[in-house]
Design a protein around this ligand. Structure first.
Ligand code: THU
Length: 138
């Protein structure tokens, strides 16, 4: 069994949580359900699903839902995220999610999964080598 540094967390559990999160997806427009599970450095897991809107641009991806849930509960350090969808192919996070996640962890490991749980692992830096960065002067 593959384990993650965050408290020896099993990868399978994170992927199964992402798969379960997908069940709550609201995707009447695209028909594509996506689930994400975000593992904190303390070994806590937060899940998210995509939530679409009739005003299409207001749709929020599963990854950001998981991240915002964790962040709003006070989490600031993250170890890994699993992303899964109903597609046979690997479900890789969109550019907007990469930028949002990059604010809190270049080393975050992303488990990009196929629907049956095969995965590719990439760090966030590999997925988004040059995020937008702006440091306002005080
Ligand atoms: N989607 C995600 O949830 N995560 C991604 O990284 C890419 C796309 C969702 C948004 C939309 O509800 C559906 O997939 C089709 O784009």
């Amino acid at each position: 069994m593959i384990k993650l540094p965050a408290m020896d967390f099993p990868v399978e559990k994170m992927i199964n949580t992402a798969r379960a999160a997908k069940e709550a997806a609201y995707a009447p427009y695209s028909g594509l359900r996506v689930g994400a599970a975000l593992l904190t450095s303390q070994g806590r897991l937060y899940k998210g699903c995509n939530i679409e809107n009739v005003s299409y641009g207001l749709t929020v991806c599963a990854e950001r839902v998981a991240f915002y849930k964790a962040f709003s509960e006070g989490e600031r350090q993250f170890a890994a995220m699993a992303v899964i969808s109903d597609l046979d192919g690997f479900c890789s996070p969109c550019g907007a999610c990469r930028q949002v996640l990059s604010e809190f962890g270049a080393d975050l490991k992303i488990y990009i999964c196929s629907k049956n749980g095969e995965f590719i692992v990439k760090t966030l830096t590999e997925l988004l080598p040059e995020p937008f960065i702006f440091r306002p002067s005080s």
